[in-house]
Design a protein around this ligand. Structure first.
Ligand SMILES: [Zn+2]
Length: 436
C-alpha cells in the first residue's frame, strides 16, 4: 500500500499497472499516480511469470503472513500508522532508534505527517511534479533561482531562511551548520542529534514555510513574517499546555485523573494569577485563532476576591479575520457576561497588549477591531467601573484553555459558578497561589 496516491486513480486492479508482455511494472503509470518513494518500493516487487491468483499480504512481517507479534510491535512503534503513511517506510517496525524518536517528537500528528513526507521526498514540490510531467518547470515558484526540491522549499528559499532566522531569537534551534543538506536523510540526522523539543520546533518552522509556499502558489496570498512568528510561538505554547495535561491534542479534557498526575512543572508562585481586591471581580479573557482554517475560540473566566469562579464561558467562532480581532471579541464577550451576571466593579485582563491599549485610548485607533472595541466599551459602561489590564500569558491560562476548548470542539457554552474539568487544576493553582 503506497503512502498516498498522487491523484485520483481510476485503475481498479494491480494488473493495470503491469505490462503483460514483458511482465514488468509500467513505470510511467506508476509515476502518474504515486509519489517517487512509493514508485521505488513498488518497482522492487517481483512479478510472477506464471498466471496466478491475487492474494492479500501483510507487509509488516517478512513472510507476508499476519502475526499478532508483528501487529503489536507495529502498534507500539508506529502510533501514527493509522494514517496509512507509515506503510511505505522501509523500516516499518521502527527498528532504527531515530524513527522511534521521530514518532514521539512533541508535535501534532499532521505536522509529523508533513515531516515524514519531507524525509521521504514526497512533498508535491515543483521538482517532483516536473519529474512526473505535471509541471513544465522544476524551478521554485517563489524565488525562481533554483530547482524546488523539498530542501529548497522549506530550508533554502529566502522566505524559509528569513523565518528560521527570526525564530532563532525565540527558540534554541539546532545550529545552521547542522542543518546542511548531507543527503536524503539530512532531517533524520538532525532529529537524531537534537533535543526532542529543538527538533520539534525546527519541524514546525519547516511546516510553516511549506504552508507559506502553498498559500502563495495555490492562492496567490503572501503571509508575512510577523504573522508566522506569532503563529508559531503561540502554537508551541499551546502544545506545551497540552503536554502539561491541560487539554489533549483533539481538545478533549481528561476523563480520569491520569493526566492530572502528569502535571509536572508549574510556574513559581509569584508567576501566577492574582485575585482582585475585596468587592471586585476579575474577568480574564483570551482568544485562540487558527489562521489556516480561520476558526477561533474565546475563553472567559470571572472570579471574585477569593478566587472563586463566578462564571466560565467559551465560544466558537467559525470565520474570524485575525488573532487581534478574536482578542477584541474576547474582551467584549467578557464584559457582556460580567454586565449581565455580576454588575460588580471589575478588572478586565487580557494578554493582548494592543487590545488593552485600544480600550484605554479608543479614539486613537483605526484597526480592523475598532468597531468591536467600541462595542466592548459600551458593555463596560453597564458596569460600575472597569479597569483594563494587560497580563502575561502565564497568568491567563484558565481563559486560554477555555478558548482552546471552544476552538477545538467547535463548541460554545456559559456556565455559572462552575467550570469544566480541563481547567480544574489551573483554577485550583490560581487560588493556592493567592493563598500563599
Ligand atoms: Zn525558492
Amino acid at each position: 500500500m503506497p503512502a498516498r496516491k498522487r491523484r485520483p486513480c481510476c485503475l481498479k486492479w494491480v494488473s493495470n499497472l503491469i505490462d503483460e508482455e514483458t511482465k514488468s511494472w509500467k513505470v510511467d503509470v506508476l509515476e502518474r499516480y504515486f509519489y517517487q518513494h512509493d514508485v521505488e518500493v513498488i518497482k522492487t516487487i517481483k512479478i510472477s511469470w506464471r498466471p496466478s491468483e491475487d492474494f492479500v499480504t501483510w507487509h509488516f512481517e517478512k513472510s507476508g503472513c499476519f502475526t499478532v507479534r508483528s501487529a503489536y510491535k507495529l502498534g507500539v512503534n508506529l502510533k501514527d500508522v493509522d494514517s496509512g503513511l507509515g506503510s511505505s517506510n522501509r523500516h516499518p517496525d521502527g527498528s532504527r532508534p531515530v524513527w522511534k524518536k521521530f514518532w514521539f517528537l512533541p508535535i501534532p500528528h499532521k505536522v509529523r505527517i508533513f515531516a515524514w513526507k519531507l524525509i521521504h521526498g514526497g512533498l508535491a514540490t515543483n521538482s517532483n511534479k516536473h519529474r512526473r510531467r505535471l509541471e513544465p518547470d522544476a524551478k521554485c515558484s517563489i524565488c525562481g533561482s533554483e530547482e524546488e526540491t523539498g530542501y529548497h522549499a522549506v530550508m533554502q528559499c529566502d522566505h524559509a531562511k528569513a523565518l528560521r532566522g527570526a525564530m532563532r531569537t525565540c527558540w534554541p534551534l539546532p545550529e545552521e551548520r547542522h542543518l546542511r543538506l548531507t543527503g536524503p536523510e539530512w532531517l533524520l540526522n538532525v532529529i537524531d542529534l537534537a533535543e526532542a523539543d529543538a527538533a520539534g520546533q525546527l519541524i514546525l518552522i519547516l511546516w510553516r514555510s511549506w504552508f507559506i509556499r502553498n498559500n502563495w502558489v495555490h492562492e496567490g496570498r503572501w503571509i508575512n513574517g510577523s504573522a508566522s512568528i506569532n503563529f508559531l510561538t503561540s502554537y508551541w505554547d499551546n502544545l506545551v499546555a497540552i503536554r502539561r495535561g491541560v487539554v489533549d491534542e483533539k481538545g478533549k479534557c481528561p476523563v480520569g485523573d491520569i493526566r492530572v498526575r502528569s502535571i509536572a512543572k508549574l510556574p513559581n508562585a509569584d508567576e501566577r494569577w492574582k485575585s482582585p481586591k475585596e468587592g471586585w471581580i476579575k474577568i480574564n479573557v483570551d482568544g485562540a485563532y487558527m489562521e489556516s482554517s480561520r476558526e477561533a475560540g474565546i475563553g472567559v473566566v470571572i472570579r471574585d476576591s477569593s478566587g472563586s469562579v463566578l462564571l466560565t464561558a467559551w465560544k466558537f467562532i467559525s470565520d474570524a479575520g485575525s488573532a487581534e480581532e478574536v482578542e477584541a471579541l474576547a474582551c467584549k464577550e467578557g464584559l457582556t457576561l460580567a454586565a449581565e451576571w455580576t454588575k460588580s466593579t471589575s478588572i478586565l485582563e487580557s494578554d493582548c497588549a494592543n487590545i488593552i491599549k485600544y480600550l484605554h485610548q479608543p479614539e486613537c485607533q483605526r484597526s480592523a477591531s475598532a468597531f468591536t472595541i467600541q462595542e466592548a466599551l459600551e458593555e463596560a459602561r453597564k458596569l460600575p467601573s472597569v479597569v483594563f489590564l494587560h497580563t502575561g500569558r502565564e497568568f491567563n491560562l484558565v481563559a486560554h484553555t477555555l478558548a482552546q476548548l471552544a476552538r477545538r470542539l467547535s463548541h460554545s457554552a456559559v456556565w455559572r459558578n462552575r467550570f469544566p474539568f480541563c481547567v480544574e487544576q489551573l483554577v485550583a493553582r490560581d487560588v493556592n497561589s493567592h493563598a500563599s
